[in-house]
Structures are given as structure tokens and as C-alpha cells.
Design a protein around this ligand. Structure first.
Ligand code: AMP
Ligand code: ZN
Length: 475
């Protein structure tokens, strides 16, 4: 099935193509724990990835890690001040500073059951490619050096502003911006390579010691990884200007031709109608929420309940509603686990309704990732399935049981919550057997592991090994 997606560049919905579909998603700046506003944009990337796979597209997906920029450098300087003499230089301190946040980011991705991205380019591993990009821009007459820094002369790019449609009359031509972030009202030449003294975080270059500007990083990494134009580039709406505008300007001027076919941006997660952000101090990290007893599957469901192009307010009521829906889904899974199975004839009506629900679910997603409407299909199906089990008095034909289970699993290819489902109705004794079997397997004692598996089977449970661990399911 073809998937359509709104393209920020053309402001229209367009059909996605590509084999594989090459996607680059702007990832975290690893200067702190990511907050759940950030995770809205990573879950958006996950929804896109899962939808394309469900629709049959092969996907090659990269998400970068920004481990050198104004914020990470500030952190590295503070770390050295707190630990005088500990690090050989600031670059070493930079790695020491970003490493734990990088690790935490991967742990959070796993907790939220985000399908692992294929590639995670790290900015500091791509400095030669960034310097090559700077040289290309100088050769093309677009970049100029001043006091050891190199800037992009935006007046040289005739279509600068085509993505953000920024008001170029406000362009302060010839004046420069040295920081990585600035406002739409402040269109200026931006920094590609920043001069740094010997004491700063720096790499050697023909322009003296310095370090890359943030915008340069993504352009160079995309070129280095994909060796040509990509199909989709994602990020939050706050990245449209200046970050993505500058990526286009750099890549098109340096490498020629088209850079990105399709720009996809997700709206912000709000708190009290304001963007959740570190600077506003109104943020929650995933750890904060888990400590409060919130569940990752509920957060996933909550983020799917709004279309990515709409702002969404993070409130406890909205989370409660998501929790109720997740409960309904898990209850139906558990109910299925308890139903007796017999050899009675399967129901063609159920089979047809299930097939229709799958098709509708996919069609909603394929239409610009319409997750709220896809969730409505799930709800309707859960109602039908529960009614069917009521009518069958908890006594299903084995084929009908499979039909419902497979349909829920199909929905879960997007929802990604079954892996996070708590064990229901499993006694401590059975859980202990499962734990022992997992330990035996980890120790490569397969004979013991198999014996324990058989013991569990005799007790009426089969083992489901999933990415997030092993679960017991009633046979
Ligand atoms: P940063 O680490 O600040 O570079 O942000 C990483 C990603 O999170 C970017 O794609 C941002 O657009 C996105 N982002 C930041 N805050 C929010 C928010 N409140 N809602 C949705 N996405 C956000
Ligand atoms: Zn980026």
C-alpha cells in the first residue's frame, strides 16, 4: 500500500517512494536527559518507520546524536572545572560529559519500545566530512572566512528560505550569527566552522583550530551515510528554521541537485499550552514519569492519540484516558488467554470483520500517518471482538481465537505495546520457573532450559520470547 505524507517544503500531501526509503531523523543533543517533548519527535520517527514497514516499504533509517554543539561544550567546560586535572583536554571531557546521556538515550528508546534505528551517526565521528563540506562551500563561492571562522553567505543562495518561507526582507545581509540557534526574525549569515582557541574543544583545519556549527553536522553526516539525496528528513517543527533551512542551503550548494525529497515535522508537546522545553523548565524526562509510576506503553498510546501535525497538551486527564485504552487492549489480550479453545467451526463473519479492520487501520496510517483515526479502528475492533467472545461464552473456536489474536498483533506493529504488557495471572511459582529457564538459557544450559520449558507447558503455559524479554502465554 502507498503511504502519503505531508511535505513541509511543498505544503502538500505526497506519496512516499524509495527502495529502501532513506530516512534521516534529527536526534538528541546529548547534553542532558531527553524530555518527553523530545520523545514526541522520536516516537513520530518510530510511527513513520513502523507505518512504512507495515505498508511493505523497505526502510533505511538514521538518527544522529549531536555530541558537539554550544550546549555540550558548555557541559564539558563545567565538568573540567569541577574535576581539575582529570581530563587530558576538553575533547576528552566532552566525550566524558556526553557518554552517560547517550547511554541514557538508548535505554529510554528501548523502554519506549521504539524500533532500533539502523544507524546512529555521532557528530564527532564525522569531522573530516564536515571540513570537506566547508571546503566545497568555499570553492563554490558561498562561504567566507572571517577571524578563523567560516560563514555561509545566505545572499548567495537564491532560494534561501524555501522551506520555512522566512521573511528575507529581515535579512541583515553581511551580518553574522555565531550561535547554533537563533530566531526567524534574525536571518543572517550563519556559522559553518567556529574558531576555537587551543583551550577550547577543537579540531585542526586549514582555517585554524575550530569546531563545526550544528547545522553543518547533519548535512555532512547525511552525505557521508547515504551518498546522495534522501527520501525523508524528520524533526520537530522548531527545527524548520534555522536548522533545516540551513541544511538545505549547505547541501544543495555543496553537493548539487536535490538534497531531501520530503520534509516531515511533528508539532510540539505542550504543558499548560506552552512548548515543553528545557529552557522553560516545564519538562519531564522519561525517568521522572516512570518514577511517578507512569507506564511507557501509556505514554506511547497518549502520543499516538493526536495527529503528529497537531499540538498536544500533556495533562494527567489525557494520560488517564490513554491508560484506560491500554487497559482495554491488555484486558482483551488476557481474556483471549483465558478463553477455552475448541474445534468448532470458525466464523467467516469474524474473519471478514478482522480483515476489514486491518485494512482500515493501515489505510488510516497510510493517509499521512493518521494515528487517531487508526486508534478509533482499534477501539471499534476491540468492541466487536469482546462482543464475539461474549456470544461464544468464553468458548472460542481455535481459528477465531487466532484471528483475534493475530489482528491485535497486527495493530501492535504500530502500537508497540504488547512487548510492554505486564504478566497477568502468572503465579510467583510459574514466574520463578520462567526466570530459572532464562538463567539456564543465558548459561547455555539448553538441556535444563528445555526441561523447564516442558514443565511450563505441562502447567499450561508456553513461552513467548520477545525483544523485551520472555513472557508466558496460556496454551
Ligand atoms: P534537541 O535535543 O533540543 O535538539 O531536540 C531534539 C528533537 O526534539 C528535535 O527534533 C526537536 O524538534 C524535538 N523537540 C524538542 N522539544 C519538543 C516538544 N516540546 N515537542 C515535540 N518535539 C520537541
Ligand atoms: Zn539535524
Amino acid at each position: 500500500m502507498s503511504v502519503t505524507l505531508f511535505n513541509t517544503l511543498t505544503r502538500t500531501k505526497e506519496t512516499i517512494s524509495g527502495s529502501p526509503v532513506k530516512i534521516y531523523s534529527c536526534g538528541p543533543t546529548v547534553y542532558n536527559y531527553a524530555h518527553i517533548g523530545n520523545f514526541r519527535s522520536y516516537i513520530f520517527a518510530d510511527i513513520l518507520n513502523r507505518t512504512l514497514r507495515l505498508a511493505g516499504y523497505p526502510v533505511l533509517h538514521a538518527m544522529n546524536l549531536t555530541d558537539v554543539d554550544d550546549k555540550t561544550i558548555k557541559g564539558a567546560i563545567e565538568l573540567t572545572q569541577k574535576n581539575p586535572g582529570k581530563y587530558a583536554d576538553l575533547k576528552e571531557a566532552l566525550h566524558a560529559y556526553t557518554a552517560p546521556y547517550t547511554e541514557a538515550f538508548f535505554a529510554d528508546l528501548k523502554k519506549l519500545n521504539i524500533i532500533p534505528f539502523d544507524l546512529h551517526p555521532r557528530a564527532t565521528d564525522f569531522i573530516p566530512a564536515m571540513l570537506d563540506l566547508v571546503e566545497r562551500l568555499i570553492q563554490a563561492g558561498i562561504a567566507y572566512e572571517q577571524d578563523g571562522s567560516v560563514y555561509y553567505r545566505i545572499a548567495e543562495k537564491k532560494d534561501y528560505g524555501k522551506l520555512s518561507r522566512v521573511d528575507l526582507d529581515k535579512n541583515k545581509t553581511g551580518t553574522r550569527y555565531n550561535t547554533d540557534e537563533y530566531d526567524k526574525d534574525d536571518v543572517r549569515d550563519f556559522v559553518l566552522w567556529k574558531a576555537e582557541g587551543k583551550d577550547g574543544v577543537h579540531w585542526h583545519s586549514d582555517h585554524g583550530d575550530g569546531r563545526p556549527g550544528w547545522h553543518l553536522e547533519c548535512s555532512a553526516m547525511i552525505h557521508e551515510i547515504f551518498k546522495g539525496p534522501i527520501d525523508i528528513h524528520t524533526g520537530g517543527v522548531d527545527l524548520i528554521f534555522p536548522h533545516h533551512e540551513n541544511e538545505i542551503a549547505q547541501s544543495e550548494a555543496a553537493y548539487g541537485g536535490e538534497f531531501v525529497k520530503h520534509w516531515a515535522h511533528c508539532e510540539h508537546l505542550l504543558v499548560d499550552n506552552r512548548k515543553m522545553s528545557k529552557s522553560a523548565g516545564n519538562f519531564f524526562t522519561l525517568r521522572d514519569l516512570l518514577e511517578q509510576g507512569k507506564k511507557p506503553e501509556v505514554l506511547r498510546y497518549f502520543l499516538l492519540s493526536a495527529h503528529y501535525s497537531q499540538k498536544i497538551n500533556f495533562t494527567s486527564d489525557a494520560l488517564d484516558m490513554a491508560a484506560a485504552s491500554v487497559d482495554k487492549f491488555f484486558s482483551l489480550m488476557n481474556r483471549l488467554g483465558r478463553t477455552a479453545k475448541n474445534q468448532a467451526d470458525v466464523s467467516p463473519v469474524l474473519a471478514a470483520a478482522s480483515e476489514k479492520a486491518r485494512q482500515n487501520f493501515l489505510a488510516e496510517l497510510a493517509d499521512d500517518l493518521n494515528t487517531p483515526r487508526a486508534l478509533a479502528v482499534v477501539h471499534e475492533y476491540m468492541r466487536e471482538a469482546n462482543a464475539f467472545i461474549d456470544t461464544a461464552k468464553e468458548n472460542l473456536a481455535a481459528g477465531d481465537h487466532t484471528t483475534i489474536l493475530e489482528t491485535l498483533r497486527f495493530f501492535d506493529k504500530l502500537l508497540g505495546i504488547i512487548d510492554l504488557m505486564p504478566q497477568a495471572g502468572v503465579s510467583a511459582e510459574l514466574q520463578a520457573l520462567l526466570d530459572e529457564r532464562n538463567q539456564a538459557r543465558a548459561a547455555k544450559d539448553f538441556k535444563r532450559a528445555d526441561a523447564l520449558r516442558d514443565q511450563l507447558l505441562k502447567a499450561g503455559y508456553k513461552i513467548l520470547d520477545t525483544k523485551t524479554g520472555s513472557h508466558l502465554e496460556k496454551v
